[in-house]
Design a protein around this ligand. Structure first.
Ligand SMILES: Nc1nc2c(c(=O)[nH]1)N[C@H]1C(S)=C(S)[C@@H](COP(=O)(O)O)O[C@H]1N2
Ligand SMILES: [Mo]
Length: 260
């Protein structure tokens, strides 16, 4: 992700415009009208070079499907009913007092209720979920684009990864060490289809699929999409977290980048 040369302003603008133009030609969301792209094009705010690189990486979109393609039975996998006492208490009252926190290497930490998340601009997408175990299901997801939250919080210059901490103790250790977690790079974090989903197939996201919010990272395998996300953190390094490989399954031997 790092390049030797600083991006000069003209080159940066040209590539930024080209990126926005390509997305529109492709019939995708009008990227150039999105606030984060406008802000880059205006250079209204000094972004870090790492962030610029992440944003300028060609944003290939994962294939999107039609309503008719939606799987009748979307399989639920891994944890399907977390028993963590705090989680259970939140679930019992419909996550009314639950709050998602976004902290770490950010200028302005955020704390958002489910209602506040639902009030933010959303994205809906019908995509195919591929599990490393060899099954796929197509589902419709609605949620908050992660890039919007990251912009609001403002990444610090040394932020390189976004880490997601979950409520479920998949490892059944009874401690934080067994809890599911995941991390992605800034390219995926700012990708247009990377959303914190709170609806699935036009329903409130059910517990087996990750209520109250689960990440969708559509260019990677299922295990990169944490369910039951409680806390998000921007970090410069993954080595100090849990066993240091960037995710629950990564710590147990899976690849950190699970592109499909
Ligand atoms: N918190 C949490 N997230 C998770 C898992 C899990 O066990 N716990 N399993 C992962 C795996 S391997 C897959 S395939 C998908 C399954 O998502 P689904 O239950 O909506 O099908 O969630 C991923 N995210
Ligand atoms: Mo999976």
């Amino acid at each position: 992700m790092s390049s030797g040369n600083p991006i000069d302003r003209r080159n940066f603008l040209t590539r930024g415009m080209a990126l926005a133009g390509t997305a529109m030609l492709g019939g995708c969301d009008a990227l150039s009208s999105e606030p984060w792209v406008r802000r880059i094009l205006d250079l209204a705010e000094p972004l870090t070079r790492v962030t610029q690189q992440a944003l300028l990486t060609p944003q290939a979109l994962a294939r999107e499907f039609s309503e008719a393609d939606i799987s009748k039975n979307f399989r639920a996998n891994g944890s399907i009913n977390p028993r963590d006492p705090q989680y259970v208490a939140h679930a019992e009252n419909g996550f009314a007092d639950w709050k998602l926190t976004l902290g770490g290497l950010v200028e302005q930490p955020l704390e958002l209720s489910l209602d506040e998340l639902r009030a933010l601009p959303s994205r809906t997408q019908i995509t195919r979920h591929d599990c490393v175990e060899g099954w796929s299901c197509i589902g419709k997801w609605k949620g908050v684009p992660l890039h919007g939250l990251l912009e609001r919080a403002g990444l610090k210059a040394d932020a390189r990864y976004i880490v997601f901490y979950c409520a479920d103790d998949l490892g059944k250790t009874g401690t934080e060490a067994g809890k599911y977690y995941e991390s992605i790079g800034l390219d995926d974090a700012f990708h247009a289809q990377t959303i914190l989903a709170y609806e699935m197939n036009d329903q409130v996201l059910p517990i087996p699929h990750g209520a109250p919010v689960r990440l969708r990272v559509e260019r990677q395998l299922g295990y990169k999409m944490p369910k039951y996300v409680m806390r998000i953190e921007a970090v410069d390094d993954l080595a100090r977290i849990r066993r240091g490989r960037g995710g629950y399954w990564e710590d147990r031997g899976y690849e950190w980048y699970a592109g499909i």
